[in-house]
Design a protein around this ligand. Structure first.
Ligand code: PHE
Length: 453
């Protein structure tokens, strides 16, 4: 562990690989494997994918780099970061927005991670065998509507997250993420091979890769933007917080690029594993949050070694969720720790309990409380929608304005020169995007998605 010359002694990631593992571990999660396929299905397939990819490159990457810079320069949690870099200004409110988003996201994220744990158990007990696609569908629906079991697994997952965050990020998750993430990629590739060789697979690949832009709606474009933020862990200070643990010798631009590519590839690989199977088994591509939990068991059933692969897959899905959820919780814990001066352990417990209370209602909103809706959305969908489609893009908007207008070129150059040599042209492009393109695009998509135009 290296210490930094900042006034407080803070943790620093131990190596370049460690930084990538932690940041990619945060980015790669349920967003890629659970959410990306299902919202791509809901919004009509390839056209959604292409818009999403555009947002990743044009807006996601520059904002990721901005978050890293803000974090590393300030050596602080999301609230403290803006407070340090822009003293006595309202910029710190962006930090509050981030902490609120973190609480909302973890509340529903934990529910889905809990489903994943239950599906490890279902795999081990060979519960998918001999079931028809319909039966696998109703097995999922029955399970999530049950008031007890999903909550049990959700709380179990939250306690696991809490335990790791208490220990600290470096010694636990950084180490395991390095080993486990490559295994996850491998398994997805095996599933891809099985899925694309199913009869009728090409229809699924067409759905995923042949765009029909007439299917695109304003809501779809907003969701593509929101998901770009969600998937890259942007807009709420996760990567500001992680950036604050990155050493000054790290090439931030390269790290951001690598993390973005890894995250995008894994989402696409997940799509390739799922859509051919969706069409081959006659499942509705727009079936929503259950898509992965219904489709993949069908695939596992149809492949040699499926029993074994299903166990491994759901273990790794849970691990991928874990490396993301710790980064979400860390935003709140770093804030409680540094701003409210609560020690790491009680801060982590306090944050987890707060989130667990909201989380339990999220879980219940799938069954017992599903009649209680707002704008037609139950609590689970509502928190997902507000955080991903509103709070994260808004956070991203402020972050790009902060770097583009408030910080300006000189400071950006200074920060990026640590550990890297970037060309003038690259920096000019970055500044231009952060000043004009990203804020304008976010504002337009946002207002359009809310029905203002
Ligand atoms: N990026 C994570 C995923 O794709 C989720 C996440 C969102 C993590 C926001 C941190 C912050 O699963």
């Amino acid at each position: 562990m290296k210490s930094d010359k900042s006034p407080q002694v803070r943790d620093v990631f131990s190596s370049k690989m460690g930084v990538i593992a932690a940041a990619a571990g945060s980015a790669v999660g349920l967003g890629n494997i659970w959410k990306f396929p299902y919202i791509t299905g809901v919004y009509g397939g390839a056209a959604f994918l292409f818009v999403y990819l555009g947002f990743i490159a044009l807006i996601g990457l520059p904002i990721m780099l901005s978050e890293f810079m803000i974090g590393r320069k300030s050596r602080s949690n999301v609230f403290g970061a803006f407070k340090n870099l822009a003293p006595n200004s309202p910029w710190r409110l962006v930090g509050i927005l981030g902490v609120a988003a973190a609480i909302m996201i973890f509340s529903f994220y934990g529910v889905v991670a809990g489903w994943s744990i239950d599906y490890i158990v279902k795999s081990v007990t060979d519960s998918f065998a001999t079931k028809s696609p319909d039966e696998l569908g109703s097995m999922f629906t029955h399970f999530i509507e049950n008031p007890w079991l999903p909550i049990f697994y959700q709380l179990l997952f939250m306690v696991m997250t809490m335990a790791i965050v208490i220990i600290g990020v470096k010694d636990g998750i950084e180490k395991y993420a390095k080993i486990l993430m490559p295994i996850l990629v491998l398994i997805i590739i095996v599933l891809d091979i099985r899925s694309v060789t199913l009869e009728g697979a090409s229809e699924g690949l067409n759905f995923l890769f042949r765009p029909d832009f007439s299917k695109l709606t304003a809501d779809g474009v907003l969701s593509a933007l929101g998901h770009a933020f969600f998937s890259l862990s942007l807009g709420m200070g996760t990567l500001i917080t992680y950036g604050s643990y990155i050493g000054n010798n790290n090439n931030l631009a390269k790290t951001a690029l690598q993390v973005t590519i890894a995250d995008t590839l894994i989402a696409i690989l997940a799509g390739i594993a799922i859509f051919p199977a969706v069409f081959a088994f006659g499942i509705e591509p727009s079936s929503g949050p259950g898509l992965v939990f219904i489709t993949l068991p069908n695939v596992f059933q149809q492949m040699p070694g499926g029993f074994f692969f299903s166990i491994l897959f759901f273990i790794l899905l849970t691990v991928a969720a874990l490396t993301s959820s710790i980064s979400i919780l860390e935003v709140v814990v770093a804030y409680f720790g540094e701003e409210l001066k609560i020690k790491r352990k009680p801060a982590t417990i306090l944050a987890t309990v707060m989130i667990a209370i909201v989380g339990v209602f999220c879980s219940l909103s799938m069954g017992l409380l599903k009649e209680y809706t707002l704008f037609g959305l139950n609590l689970f969908d509502l928190l997902d929608w507000i955080s991903a489609n509103m709070l994260l893009p808004l956070g991203g908007l402020f972050i790009s304005l902060f770097i583009g207008w408030f910080w300006g070129r000189k400071k950006v150059e200074e920060e990026l020169a640590k550990g890297a040599k970037l060309t003038h042209a690259l920096i000019s492009t970055l500044i231009f995007v952060l000043k004009f393109i990203a804020p304008a695009a976010i504002a337009i998509v946002f207002l359009n998605g809310l029905g203002f135009f």
